[in-house]
Design a binder for this molecule. Sequence first.
Ligand code: UD1
Ligand code: CA
Length: 478
Amino acid sequence: MSPSSLAVVVLAAGAGTRMKSTTPKVLHPLAGIPLIGHVLATAEALGPQQTLVVVRHEAERVREAVEEYADDAQIVHQDDVPGTGRAVELALDAVGDDVDNVVILSADVPLLDSETIEAMLGFHRDAAAEVTLLSTIHDDPTGYGRIIRREDGTVSHIVEEADADEQQRTLQEVNAGVYVARRDALAKGLPRLDTANAQGEKYLTDVVGQLAADSGLVHAVVVEDSWLVEGVNDRIQLQAMQRRLNTMIVRGWQRDGVSITDPESVWIDLSVQLDQDVTVLPGVALEGSCHIDHGATIGPDCTLSNARVGQGARIQRSVVDSAVIAAGATVGPFSYLRPGTVIEEGGKVGAFVETKNATIGKAAKVPHLSYIGDADIGEGANIGAGSITANYDGVNKHRTVIGPHAKTGSDNVFVAPVEVGAGAYTAAGTTIRRNVPAGALAVAPVSVRTVEGWVGTHRPGTASAEAAENSRTTPDSQ
Ligand code: UD1
Ligand code: CA
C-alpha cells in the first residue's frame, strides 16, 4: 500500500471549555507554535494525499492558523451535532474514494511524532485491521476513555470517563484519541452512531466498539512514553507540556554546544536557532525566529523576539523585538529595542535607551537614557546622555541623521527632520532644529538669569532658605 492512499483528519472543532479562554484551545501556544500547528506538522510528515481539518468553535480563527501552518489542508465545518464521531463523519464526506486508510489526529494532542504514527500504520497494515488506535498506560487515567480488551488482546470497546462505572474507571489503559481506520469501515460505522450517552455526543470511540462487535479487527498499540500522547484540556496540562517540551529544547541546544546556566528559567521557542558557544544566562525568553551567532551572550533577564544577534554580541536585561544586533555590539542593561533597529558591528546601546526604526552605525554609541527613533546614527558617532529624537510632528514621522564621528552633547533634542553633519559637535542642553554642517559646533544662546536672594524672599523659613542663609553667614574657609 502506498502512502498516497492515506488521508489525515485533524479534529479541531471542540470548544475547549476547560481552558476557560476566549482563545480557542487549539490556538494556545506551545514553544511558539499553536497546538494545532504541531499536529499539522506531524500530519504533513506522513505525506498524506489529503489533510482535512474539522472546525466549528471560533472557526474563522482556527482556519487562519490552519492556512498559516498547512496551506494545502482542507477545512471541514462541523454542524451543530456534537462529538468526535460527528466530526469524522463530516470529514469523511470530503475524503476521496481512492483513499484506503484514514489517520485521525486530535488537535489537542501536540507532542505525538510522525514515527509513532508510522509504526501504528505499519502494525495496522500487517494485521489487516479495520481500526488501530494508540493507547497508553496512565497512573492517573482520569478524563480519558478507557480501553476494554478482549481475552485475545484485541480491543472490545472504549468507555468514556463520563460513562464508565467504578470498576472501569480503575482501568489504566487509556485511549490516546489517535487512530488509523479503513475508510470503508468508517463509512459503515459512522452513520450508525447515536448520542445516547452521558455527554449527548456522537462518540468516535463508539465506532470502535461497533466494528469490533461486527467481528472487525480492532487493535490498540501501546505507546510506552505516555507524554507523547498526552492531551491538553486545561491550563495545568498545557503548562506541564510547555515545561516538558522546553526542557527537551534546552537539552537539545546544550548538546549542540550552547551554555544554558539555568534551564528552569530559560524558554526557547522551537523556531529559534543558536550557534555553538552561545551563552544564555538566567531569565531569558527567545521567541520566534531568533538567530544567535557564535559566542554571543544573552541575559540575564532578556526577552528577544525575532532578533538576529551577531558573533560575540552581548545583551543584558533588555527587551529586543525584530531587531538586528551585529557582531560585537552591546545592549543594556535595561534597554528596549523595537522593530527596525539595527546596531552595526561594535555599536553600543547602553542603559535605559529605547530605539525604533533606527540604525546605530559601526562602533557608534548611545550609552545612556535616550530615545532614538527613525534615525541614522553614523559610524563612530557618540550620542550624549538624555538625547531625544523628536520624530513625530503629531501627523507624520521624520528622520534624524547624525553623521559619522559626530559628538552630540547631553540632553539634546533633535527636532526631525534634521541632520547633524560628519564630525560635528553639539553642546549640552541644545535643541537642534536646523541642520548642523559637518565639523561645526551647534550651541544654543545661554540665557540663564539668576535672581539673587529669591529663596530667602519667596520661601522664607524653609530648609533651603536656612541653608542659603547659613552658607552666607558661615565663613567657608578658615
Ligand atoms: C477524546 C476521546 C477519549 C480519549 C481522549 C484523548 C472521544 C469521545 N473521546 O476525549 O476517549 O481518551 O480524546 O485525548 O472521542 N472535537 C471536534 N468536534 C467535537 C468534539 C471534539 O472536532 O464535536 C475535537 C476537539 O477539538 C479535540 C478532539 O476532538 O481536538 C478531542 O475532543 P475532546 O473534547 O478534547 O475529547 P476528550 O474528552 O479529550
Ligand atoms: Ca482532549
